[in-house]
Structures are given as structure tokens and as C-alpha cells.
Design a protein. Structure first.
Lengths: 382, 294
């Protein structure tokens, strides 16, 4: 799960890394009060889970309280790449002499941790990678061995940073690696890592993605609570369903992530637009099916529903019973097309047979079911 | 022939006394797999429907000759379970459990590589593997697979694996071994490992490969196929229309920074001579053609 910048800085601070004092606020009045406590000048920074904040006008320098008021009211509600700003981070402004870039993430090909360090910070690392790849010093860290002091020093030297801050940078990067590993982060990125005119290395931004699977080791609830989700995703999340909201009109339910992805593809291939990706997992019992249908049913854009089930261990008759029971429990607004295949599919189809109508249809293959669902959605829209 | 497991394979289940482990362990035994032991330090000396429980994998291996472990332990215990299995002396550790933290996976993958280089890891978050008619280890429904050959299957996705097995069976095509490598960021066994094993296996004459968005495993497989695989390969890649930046169910299935798209994977595979199905059924049809022409 992605952390806001301020949460990322709190995360880094808990590992002993130097960050600036600041306060997270949601209103202009609180922004002003925070700036008064911190003392101007301050930075007013939009807290959104996307990059490009600066370019979009979401990060402003405020020399005095009036400027804080102006910037806060301009930035709150701003749309940055589809993310509406609801939170601001008011931070004591720093003087900057140099800007660096550093990150750790998993290199899936190498199956090792990849550290990237560059003296050219403050701009998007993708740009540096394209225009001047030699400016990025890379290091691969064995997850068993960890990052040693010596290895870290070699890495810092390879990046050609200001030699005066080598020791400080080594110390900070060892802490960053510690935060990345023991904090169970998928990604930690500081851009920029700055050197102040006084020669202090300091964390000026924070991008942190924590591994949601490590909830048994860390309390992730505060971060989970601030995840941006559309209403549909929030409802599905509450039911423990794997759901991704899309823009179309064909609601999709499938068992298994691969099959759900494949179903979304097939709907697109036949000219339709899926409303969502929804994986109900292996055991498609009535409760799970009813919950999934409820989530889809509450999406006003949905005009038809495509249920795509392949029975493996899950048996066809259980799936069929689940659908029938779910339809009794939930009043479904859109017609449903079912494709049921695999283990005991014949038994399942036989159970569904008496319930078939223009509200509940069955198709023999994934492709035909997709065509039918798309035609129904288009018919409803015209 | 088959790869990795066959009728002589003896399996110990770590987590046999839990509900999932018991359910699938017994199903696997019903299929004909030699399920020789379970482990649970608190229940050593007891049994699950006649399958003896030992305190550790090492004890189970010593007493029963088990050479494969199947892990059904909850995510929090997987790291130590995998290390216990490797230390205990099995050749293959199959981790079914999903939701294992990335840092644990990265750790035990590399730990096995350095300290137990002869131990193969499959998973985590995988359906397991089946050599139809010989051994079924994990959560694949055995009866949807036809015995024999000539097709080997390797897949990143669970349900699509079953779909592939079933489609081949409908067309009366057998499978030597079907390996689900799982959809996590650090899979213990890769496409390449399986492709190399299928290339060596005399009974496997063609390979079905099922990939999905995210990472670069399919692209790496394409390079390997071009250089090292003489047998025909048919592939399907899920997630052609997945939006960037959204995890599609699996932890590893995400298009980020324009990387890991299905199209790029299809292009790379096609360039390596792999025939691509636009849907799972089309891939099945193509494979039927390939098998018909063998």
C-alpha cells in the first residue's frame, strides 16, 4: 500500500533518518495554524498517491502566513492526475545546496534488492535513466547477506556525490535499507535527498510502498485507512474481494485472478467495456457469490453481468447453487450471463436450467458469453 | 516421463493438521500420490487418517524417505517452514500458501540458493504441480488432467492452469507434468526452469505456457526459448487490457512504468517462435494443431 509523503517521513523518522518538522492538515485554517506553530517560511505540499505534484502546482513555497493561506486554498481540491487533494503537509522550509536521488526496490529478474543512487536528484528518475543512465549508481544487495558498511560506501563513492557528505550519506542509506527490509516495504524512494548549505544530508521527500502481506508483523491499519478507493472498491474491500474498478458497463465476476484478468480481456476483445475486475477466489460459495453480485449491482454503470467460472476443486453444482441463492438474496438490476465449465459443469448447468430467463442466461464458452454480455450492455445503453 | 515429481515421489505435508492442509493432503492421497507424512511439533506421534505426524521435516524424512515437502502453513510461518524443509533433506519444497511477504520470499529464495543449491522451491502462492496419473501435489483438481503426454504445462495463474488442463483433456490430449509457478514477485521456480526440464524430458513434445502481466519473466523465457528450446511452445498471456498501476489480484500482476505489459510479452514470445493464443481456448486450439502435427 502506498503511503502519503508525510506517512513515509514518519516511517523514515522511526528508523532514525533526518526529516523536517511538519504537520498534516485537511483545511486552510489548520494549514495556517500549523505554519504559525512551525514558523515561516514553510512548504505547502499536496498529499496524493501520485507523482508530478510539483508540475501540477501541488507543491508551493510560502514565505509568510498570507502565502500559506493562498496556497492551501488553491491546492486543497486540486486534481493531480485524477487524484483530488484532500490532505496537505505543512513543512518547515529547507535551504538546498544539492539534490540527490536514492531508492531500494526488488529486482525481480535478479531476485535481489536493487539500490539506485544518483547525484542528479529532484527530477524524475526515469528521465535521468533515459538521458544520462551513467548518472545512476546501482547496487544489488543479497537479501540474505544484507547491505554492509563497506558495500554501501563503495556505492556512495560510485555515485560521485559531494565527498564532504560521504559518511553522512552512508549512515543514512544503511538506515534506509534497514527501513526497507525490517519495515517490509516494497519500495522506498527519497527524491530529493538534499544537502543543506550547512552540509547536512536531509530527507526532503518520501515515497514508500508497504507490503500489505506483512500485516502480521506491523500495524498497517493507519495506512490502510488512508488508501484512496472509489466507493465500489471500498465496498468490495470490506467483503474481502479482490476488486479493481474500471470504466465500462459489463460487470465481471470470475474465480481466480488469471481467469478474471482473462475475462476482462475477452470482454474488451469483443468490443465491450468491463466495469471491473473481480476475483471471488477458489471457493465460490453462495455467500461469496452474493457479496460479489451486491458489489456489482451497486455500480450504476453496470448494464450486464458476466459470471465466468471454471470449476477446479470448486464443483460446478456448488457454484450453481451459489448463484441461485445469491439471486434470491440480492435483487439484481442487470441481466446475467454465466459461463460455467470444468468440474461437474454439467450438474451445475442442470441446476441452473430451470432458473434461466431473459435475466439469467447461460453460454457454452467464454467467448460466446462475453459477446452476449456485451450485446446486452449495449442494448441497455441505446 | 514427467518432470520434478512422479509415482515414486513421497510427500510430507507441513500443515497437514490444519484444515486446508488436511483437505488437500487427503485429496492428493486419494489421487494416488504417496502422502507419507505430516508435520506438527505439538502433534508428533499422532496421525491424520493414517498419515503419521512428525515433529519436524527432518524426522519425517528419516522415518519415511519423503523427498518432497508441500507447505500449507499460514503466511507468517512460511519462512521458517521452507528453511526447515530444506534443512530436513527434501529435494523439492512446494509452497501453496498465499500472502507471504516479499522480503521473506526474497530471503528464503536466496538462502536456499546459497546453502541448499540442490533443493528446488516451487511457489509461494502457487497451485502446486501434477504429473497426471502419477502424483498430484497441491490444489489442482486431479480429474481434469489426462495422463500421459505429449504436452507439458507451465503457468503463473491457478485457474487458467486448470482451464488449460481441462481444454487439453477435452481434446483428448495428455499432459506429462503441469507446473503452477505462482503469481508472486519471487517465484522459487521460473518459466525457464520448467522449460529447461521439459526440453530434457523425452515424453514432453510440446509446451503450453501461461503468463500474465507484470515483471519480465515471460520476456526472459522468450530469450531462453529462442536459444535453448527445440520443442514447440504455445502461449497465452492474461491481462492485455489491464490498466497500469493496478494490481490484478496477484501481488506480481501489475503494469508499472509502462513495463510488464501483456503486449510486450506476446511480442517477445512471438519473436522467439512461440505461437500465441488470444484467449485460453484459442491457445488450446493451437496446441491441438501442434500436437496433431507432431
Amino acid at each position: 500500500m502506498d503511503l502519503f509523503e508525510y506517512q513515509g517521513k514518519q516511517f523514515f523518522a522511526s528508523y532514525g533518518m533526518p526529516v523536517s518538522p511538519g504537520e498534516a492538515v485537511t483545511t486552510v485554517a489548520d494549514a495556517v495554524a500549523a505554519a504559525e506553530r512551525l514558523g515561516t517560511p514553510v512548504m505547502v505540499k499536496a498529499q496524493v498517491h501520485t507523482g508530478g505534484r510539483g508540475k501540477a502546482g501541488g507543491v508551493k513555497f510560502a514565505p509568510d502566513i498570507d502565502a500559506v493561506r493562498t496556497h492551501a486554498s488553491n491546492i486543497l481540491g486540486l486534481d493531480i492526475r485524477g487524484h483530488i487533494v484532500q490532505n496537505l503537509w505543512i513543512e518547515k522550509a529547507s535551504d538546498i545546496a544539492e539534490e540527490y536521488y536514492v531508492s531500494f526496490t526488488l529486482d525481480r529478474s535478479a531476485k535481489a534488492h536493487l539500490g539506485m543512487l544518483s547525484a542528479e536528484g529532484g527530477v524524475e528518475i526515469e528521465t535521468v535513466a533515459e538521458e544520462n543512465p551513467d548518472a545512476i549508481a546501482k547496487i544489488w544487495v543479497d537479501p540474505v547477506e544484507g547491505l554492509s558498511q563497506d558495500q554501501c560506501r563503495q556505492w556512495v563513492l560510485a555515485a560521485n556525490l559531494n565527498p564532504d557528505v560521504t559518511d553522512q550519506t552512508v549512515e543514512l542509506l544503511l538506515k534506509l535499507y534497514e527501513a526497507y527490509t525490517t519495515g517490509d516495504a516494497d519500495l522506498v524512494e527519497i527524491n530529493p535527498l538534499i544537502v543543506t548549505p550547512e552540509g547536512k544530508v536531509h530527507v526532503l521527500d518520501a515515497k514508500v510502498t508497504l507490503d500489505g502481506n506483512a500485516g502480521f508483523r506491523h500495524d498497517l491499519a493507519p495506512f490502510d485507512a488512508t488508501q484512496p478507493r472509489d466507493e465500489r472498491e471500498a465496498a468490495a474491500h470490506a467483503k474481502g474481494l479482490q476488486y479493481v474498478g474500471l470504466e465500462g458497463s459489463v460487470g465481471v465476476i470470475a474465480n481466480g485472478a488469471g481467469l478474471a484478468m482473462s475475462t476482462v480481456d475477452v470482454v474488451n476483445q469483443v468490443g465491450g467495456k468491463p466495469a471491473n475486475f473481480l476475483d471471488i477466489g477458489g471457493g465460490a460459495n453462495a455467500d461469496v457469490m452474493a457479496g460479489a453480485l451486491e458489489v456489482i449491482n451497486n455500480d450504476p454503470d453496470v448494464q450486464s453481468i458476466f459470471i465466468n467460472i471454471f470449476g477446479g476443486i470448486t464443483r460446478g453444482e456448488e457454484v450453481a447453487n451459489g448463484i441461485i441463492e445469491a439471486m434470491n438474496r440480492v435483487d439484481i438490476a442487470s441481466p446475467i450471463v454465466i459461463r460455467l465449465d470444468g468440474t461437474n459443469a454439467d450438474e451445475g448447468r442442470a441446476l441452473l436450467q430451470p432458473h434461466l430467463s431473459d435475466r439469467l442466461m447461460m453460454a457454452p464458452t467464454m467467448l460466446e458469453a462475453a459477446r452476449e454480455a456485451v450485446a446486452l450492455a449495449e442494448g441497455a445503453a441505446s | 516421463m514427467s518432470i520434478f515429481v512422479d509415482e515414486n515421489t513421497k510427500v510430507v505435508y507441513q500443515g497437514l493438521t490444519g484444515s486446508q492442509g488436511r483437505y488437500y493432503g487427503l485429496l492428493n492421497r486419494d489421487y494416488g500420490t504417496q502422502v507419507v507424512a505430516g508435520t506438527n511439533p505439538k502433534k508428533a506421534g499422532t496421525d491424520v487418517e493414517g498419515i503419521p505426524i512428525f515433529a519436524s521435516v527432518a524426522d519425517a524424512v528419516e522415518a519415511t524417505g519423503a523427498n518432497v515437502s508441500c507447505v500449507f502453513i499460514p503466511a507468517a510461518g512460511v519462512r521458517s517452514a521452507v528453511l526447515e524443509a530444506a534443512e530436513g533433506g527434501v529435494e523439492l519444497v512446494v509452497v501453496i500458501t498465499e500472502g507471504v511477504p516479499m522480503h521473506d520470499e526474497a530471503y528464503f529464495f536466496n538462502k536456499l540458493k546459497s546453502d541448499y543449491p540442490d533443493v528446488r522451491l516451487l511457489g509461494p502462492n502457487c497451485p502446486g504441480l501434477i504429473s497426471p496419473g502419477k502424483a498430484n501435489i497441491g490444489i489442482t483438481a486431479g480429474h481434469i488432467a489426462k495422463e500421459g503426454g505429449p504436452v507439458g504445462i507451465v503457468s503463473r495463474s491457478g485457474t487458467l492452469t486448470y482451464q488449460a488442463l481441462y481444454e487439453l483433456k477435452q481434446k483428448d490430449i495428455g499432459c506429462t507434468t503441469c507446473v503452477g509457478i505462482g503469481g508472486d514477485p519471487v517465484p522459487g521456480t521460473s518459466f525457464i526452469d520448467c522449460l529447461a526440464a521439459f526440453e530434457e524430458d523425452p515424453e514432453t513434445e510440446a509446451v503450453m505456457m501461461i503468463g500474465e502481466i507484470g515483471g519480465s519473466a515471460e520476456e526472459e523465457a522468450a530469450e531462453f526459448i529462442a536459444a535453448q528450446v527445440s520443442k514447440p511452445v504455445v502461449a497465452y498471456i492474461a491481462g492485455l487490457t489491464a490498466p497500469p498501476g493496478k494490481k490484478m489480484g496477484h501481488a506480481g500482476a501489475i503494469v508499472s512504468g509502462g513495463k510488464g505489459t501483456a503486449q510486450a510479452k506476446m511480442d517477445a514470445l512471438a519473436a522467439a517462435g512461440v505461437r500465441i493464443g488470444q484467449s485460453p481456448s484459442e491457445a488450446g486450439d493451437i496446441m491441438a494443431e501442434v500436437v496433431g502435427g507432431l
